[in-house]
Design a protein around this ligand. Structure first.
Ligand code: OKP
Ligand code: ZN
Length: 338
């Protein structure tokens, strides 16, 4: 599989995160990439498409915030990674607060998404990785490509980071594919966690279909999005499909949800597919609770490939590092078998 990755993506290396009220080692570690690279072999270095495609999805003030947050943190006398602790709830105004703690609350929604010194640059290159994979399909006639994005992107919205995500790589390429006339575009999100950022970005947009299979947010992060009754709004009504599943889900019920998502994508008339692939549905993932096996990753890939659409796969989560490379390569093998 044609795969893109930039070494600069490893510049993002926060030390720890707040998990269930305790500090733990940052789960979205740079070691994830080592496991994947060891299993998949050659990767291509992305080209630089600049900030414009990022700004087509994210707000300029959010980019400025991300670009300056860690420096701002240091200037205000802090050390280590920038982490917020106070968040504006419903009906608070979008005040222009200069204090870093206020900004971290305004532009984020959880305390699991630290901003370290290399976060902006690494996330920027993660997005360029996705854009390069898109260009391989759009301009070079490839019918599939894999963007080894890290950090992941699907929890990031137009003006917020969260869930280890800063730029929404899947949304950036889905939007650009649509703008290049490759649409209608569908995004299929199979990460264990609901892709709230992607959903938010396209919620009122009838040209990009968003389907997600994920842990029921009644039990799991991100709690406030991904419920079955969220179906899109205005022009986007009916163009969002949420298929929450219970903890413990194995292939037999996962397969049914996947079939429904793929059928909805066909019915929508998609001509281009972006898949947000997370390997955290794997049995034994340290922060997730489904029970898919490595061979099921191949089955997901094969089922997606049967749609016969130009397909760009973007890496999202997956935290069982010893198994991560095998899971990603099984998924890619499935995609290629279609
Ligand atoms: C990112 B991706 C649960 C804490 C959850 C954030 C999870 C982010 C997942 N106790 N922490 O979707 O894989
Ligand atoms: Zn996840």
């Amino acid at each position: 599989m044609l795969t893109y990755y930039s070494e600069k993506q490893a510049l993002h290396a926060p030390l720890r995160e707040l998990n269930n009220g305790e500090w733990m080692d940052f789960a979205e570690s740079t070691d994830r990439i080592g496991s994947i690279l060891a299993a998949i072999g050659d990767v291509k270095t992305p080209d630089d498409y600049g900030e414009a495609p990022l700004l087509a999805v994210h707000d300029p003030d959010y980019l400025s915030f991300l670009n300056s947050a860690h420096q701002n943190w240091l200037t205000q006398g802090r050390t280590g990674d920038a982490i917020g602790y106070t968040y504006p709830v419903r009906r608070r105004r979008k005040l222009d607060i200069q204090r870093i703690d206020g900004q971290l609350g305004l532009y984020g929604f959880d305390a699991a998404t630290p901003i370290a010194s290399g976060t902006f640059e690494a996330s920027y290159w993660g997005a360029q990785t996705a854009l390069s994979a898109l260009d391989a399909i759009a301009s070079d006639g490839e019918d599939m490509a894999f963007a080894l994005c890290r950090p992941p992107g699907h929890h990031a919205g137009r003006d917020y980071c969260g869930g280890y995500c800063y730029f929404n790589n899947a949304a950036i390429v889905a939007n650009r594919a649509r703008q290049s006339g490759l649409g209608p575009v569908a995004v299929l999100d199979v990460d264990y966690h609901h892709g709230n950022g992607t959903q938010d970005i396209f919620y009122q947009d009838g040209e990009v279909f968003f389907a997600s299979i994920h842990a029921d947010p009644v039990m799991d992060y991100p709690y406030f999005w991904g419920h079955a009754d969220e179906k899109g709004e205005n022009e986007g009504e009916g163009a969002t499909l949420n298929l929450p599943l219970p903890r413990g889900t194995t292939w037999s019920s996962y397969e049914v949800a996947l079939g429904r998502a793929l059928e909805a994508i066909s019915t929508f008339g998609a001509r281009f597919l972006v898949i947000s692939y997370g390997a955290d549905t794997f049995d034994g993932d340290p922060i997730s609770h489904f029970a898919l096996q490595t061979e099921d990753m191949q089955r997901i890939g094969a089922a997606v490939a049967a749609l016969n659409l130009p397909t760009l796969a973007v890496m999202e989560g997956g935290y069982k590092i010893e198994a991560l490379g095998d899971n990603v390569s099984a998924f890619l093998a499935g995609l290629e078998s279609g």
